[in-house]
Design a protein around this ligand. Sequence first.
Ligand SMILES: Nc1nc2c(c(=O)[nH]1)N[C@H]1C(S)=C(S)[C@@H](COP(=O)(O)OP(=O)(O)OC[C@H]3O[C@@H](n4cnc5c(=O)[nH]c(N)nc54)[C@H](O)[C@@H]3O)O[C@H]1N2
Ligand SMILES: Nc1nc2c(c(=O)[nH]1)N[C@H]1C(S)=C(S)[C@@H](COP(=O)(O)OP(=O)(O)OC[C@H]3O[C@@H](n4cnc5c(=O)[nH]c(N)nc54)[C@H](O)[C@@H]3O)O[C@H]1N2
Ligand code: SF4
Ligand SMILES: [Mo]
Length: 726
Amino acid sequence: MTTTRTVPSICRNCLAYCPILVTVDDGRPVKVTGDPDAPAFGGYTCPKGRALPDQHNFAGRILRPLKHVSGGGFEDIGSAEAAAEVAAKVQAIIKKHGPRSVAFYTGTGPVSHPTSGMLATAWMSAVGSKMIFSAATIDKPAERTAVALHGNWIAGMQGFDDADTWMIIGANPVIAKSNGAPLHNPGMRLKEAQDRGMKLVVIDPRRTETAKRAHVHLQIIPGEDPAVLAGIIHVIIKERLYDAAFVAANAQGFDALADAVRPWTPSHVAKRAGIAEDDLIVAARCFAQGKRGGAVCSTGPSFATSSNLSYYLTLCLITLCGRWAREGEKAPFPNILLPAFTPKAQPYPPYPAVSDRPMRVRGLKENASGLPTAALADEILTEGEGQIRALFCSGGNPVLAWPDRKRAEEAMRGLDLLVVFDYHMTATAELADYVVPPPLSLELPATSQKVEGLKYSGVSRGYPMPWGQYTPAVADYPAGSDLVDESQFFFMMAQQMGLELKCTLSRGSGPNQEVPPDVIPIDMSRMPTIEELVELACTGSRVPLDEVKAYPHGHVFDPDVRVAPRDAGCDTRLELAARAMMDELAHLRNVPGRRMETGAYPLLLICRRANNFMNSVGQDIDILKPPLHTPAAMHPDDLERFGLVAGTLAEIRSAHGEMRAEVAADASLRPGTISVVHGFGSLDEDSEGPQSVNRLIGLDECDPMTGIPRMTGIPVKVTAADATRH
Ligand SMILES: Nc1nc2c(c(=O)[nH]1)N[C@H]1C(S)=C(S)[C@@H](COP(=O)(O)OP(=O)(O)OC[C@H]3O[C@@H](n4cnc5c(=O)[nH]c(N)nc54)[C@H](O)[C@@H]3O)O[C@H]1N2
Ligand SMILES: Nc1nc2c(c(=O)[nH]1)N[C@H]1C(S)=C(S)[C@@H](COP(=O)(O)OP(=O)(O)OC[C@H]3O[C@@H](n4cnc5c(=O)[nH]c(N)nc54)[C@H](O)[C@@H]3O)O[C@H]1N2
Ligand code: SF4
Ligand SMILES: [Mo]
């Protein structure tokens, strides 16, 4: 007899962490819907969330660790045996090449399993390697460098829920549940906000699902964000719309910033960015004349070059208009499952955005966002002392996700040891020596803490209300499986190698820590359970985990934390004129704008995300309708201009490479742009099927501070696939 039950849980596919109801038959998830009893989420789910049972029951799921066998293919290996073998191989590599030769890369997989990395990073530090990379540096590294250059505000940015003005720069939260609007049910949240009169400014070359709701949409030429932001600041200063009292009390460098934006007149910026001068002025007034609000950048400006500057000018805009939480207000981000701290109406001071620890390649250094992942392929492929020989890849898919698709594949093939933690055979896993399958989200406990912690990467993000939720594991491990997560695997290796692990819990970014980090020794005599690691992560939480557990549908807590005044004698200030940023702005003024190209590459390729897929995840799940070919959206006028027919195959070429895609008409694009979703493709993508857009993206134009390559606004040409054959 089947036992069926329906239980509350959390979808952890993306950082919205939507509360869900999961129907479980004999331990197997069979249905997921939004949880109508979860306060404030409105029962929202997206297709990815509803496909969780398909992901968990997926026929191609890897259920036991795999070892690559010489001659090709994989064979099953027990998890303990795999850990022992890998530990021995790592020891040999360290003996020969030193600890720097061992690297760890974490992708977006850990979004769905937040404790997976806890013991992995502890193990890295125990073996003495600092070579820890993450997808964050090919995502939005400027979130952290800009904060390092500008400083941050201890109490955080003003919240969304009582804002009357808001600016979203290169994000599409309605689809991506990303920066900009509240992560949960952003469409509903934006609508509510507009119904109460909030004015939204969106800067995006595409009239996105988010931009459609904007009061002013600046449909810019890709890459012109710094110009537009400088123009907006120019107007705000010229019309004296800034909060002079706030600036005088909390910032420095105002005069230098005013000088720096003076040449960025509305007429110059409008011409350069391809927008109407009036729209720019209205956007500036709209943002500055509101009483409360915020401004947030996302991947658009992050990928567009000059990303530190775009993010930095956005912080300047927030400071100029005093959009930080003020003394006496309810603290917008008080922490529920993170420790209690005192949110003050006071800045965290700026700190060095770049460390003195160099990489071996590209002249890059470690920076506030970590080690530059775009340099990792070259760190692997460049011979010499310190060359990386072993890579642990946790929940990432470098072959498809890293810019320069070919170089990424070469790097994966060039390693002495590649261990991939993933639940299915990805393009990267196919090249692994060992593939270790972790349990999937519904088989694991978790809390909403991960989303709260988003505020540590940049200005405040996360929940707009003090939300807390815990879920136990609601599904069983599949029968006959031998699943281990990263923490367990690294623990087993540590035991094998006689290492003592210590887990460091940091609650902040760089030196800006809300409370001092906790360093917690792990009992090495017994493998901790995942439940124990969840508890460990909640050490010192403002609301005890047990109290959160009492609300299985989640709860809006009301700790009534007020923003405290500035400390007596504190003279810390936010920096409006960081030298490096002012120099970059002056330099940009002297180079021509990113005019829509007209020569050999007449279109600009821009980035985009799809509702049914989370990067490369979901492409093998039938009900998410993976396409036969990578879709490429173009304005109907451009299809006509280049003699292309929607629904047919085309060849896209950049100076770096070429790809095959199926063109579609999309009038939401700025004419002259073409947008392609990343994450499609496979290891063998030459013969047929989808191809990765990272074939078109090279590493020759990387940001000198963070190393992020130009990943949007890339000149390309498009021809009908048949035409290219002749
Ligand atoms: N051209 C182009 N390139 C891009 C981007 C772009 O917009 N355009 N976006 C960039 C951005 S923002 C990012 S963040 C990176 C993403 O880069 P990656 O994170 O390297 O790529 P993903 O495809 O997200 O890979 C996530 C992997 O995690 C696995 N996974 C899912 N759940 C779990 C789990 O619980 N445990 C483990 N161990 N694995 C799990 C999935 O199966 C998948 O293979 O790509 C970047 N690359
Ligand atoms: N459904 C879904 N959700 C996801 C993901 C997914 O793959 N699918 N991925 C997750 C990840 S890893 C991340 S990092 C977040 C990212 O979340 P977002 O940053 O919101 O990602 P996108 O939806 O691609 O929005 C980026 C926007 O930038 C615009 N853009 C392109 N070039 C420029 C430019 O030069 N300037 C400006 N101002 N805008 C530009 C694009 O038109 C696009 O609308 O989403 C996360 N959520
Ligand atoms: S938006 Fe979709 S994928 Fe993201 S947490 Fe919610 S249901 Fe899951
Ligand atoms: Mo990302």
